[in-house]
Design a protein around this ligand. Sequence first.
Ligand code: GUN
Length: 167
Amino acid sequence: MKQVEQLIKKFDLIPHPEGGYFKEIYRSQGVVFPESLPKEYQGSRNYATSIYFLLTSDTFSAFHKIKQDEIWHFYSGSPLMLYVISEEGELSEHCIGNDFGKGQIPQFVVPGNHWFAAKTINPDDYSFVGCTVSPGFDFKDFVLPERKELLDKFPQHSILIHSLTRN
Ligand code: GUN
């Protein structure tokens, strides 16, 4: 898809371990020290970070979690479905897009410590979005579980977990 190649090139996007492509576009210079952060963060974190994130319909963003809330912003392309599972196993689905009459929303906050995955809705299309977190992103806070771990935790969501995990 030509638009996908153009976006990757224009914004210097690189593959993300969860699937899709990203580029960090903001990392605040200010730092929060460990004594001011909840103890599950080990070390300091920047105040906030923000990325561009590009997903295409031939793949998906696999279930993962981070410690902090993550704000998703819709920019262009196909609407994207976010699947969120709480630690208690409650599933919710949220459609990020700009057809507000159809119930799509331009911004959604995934709560911290929730498992979440994303899928572009339209076939042969892409979703271009932004993701902002505070405290700032650190791969130390990023958990990309094996399929089996999630299936053991949430057998009631096995079909969804099968479709949105890789191994
Ligand atoms: N930086 C690198 N990966 C990510 C991510 O998945 N989310 C956010 N917000 N920032 C990142």
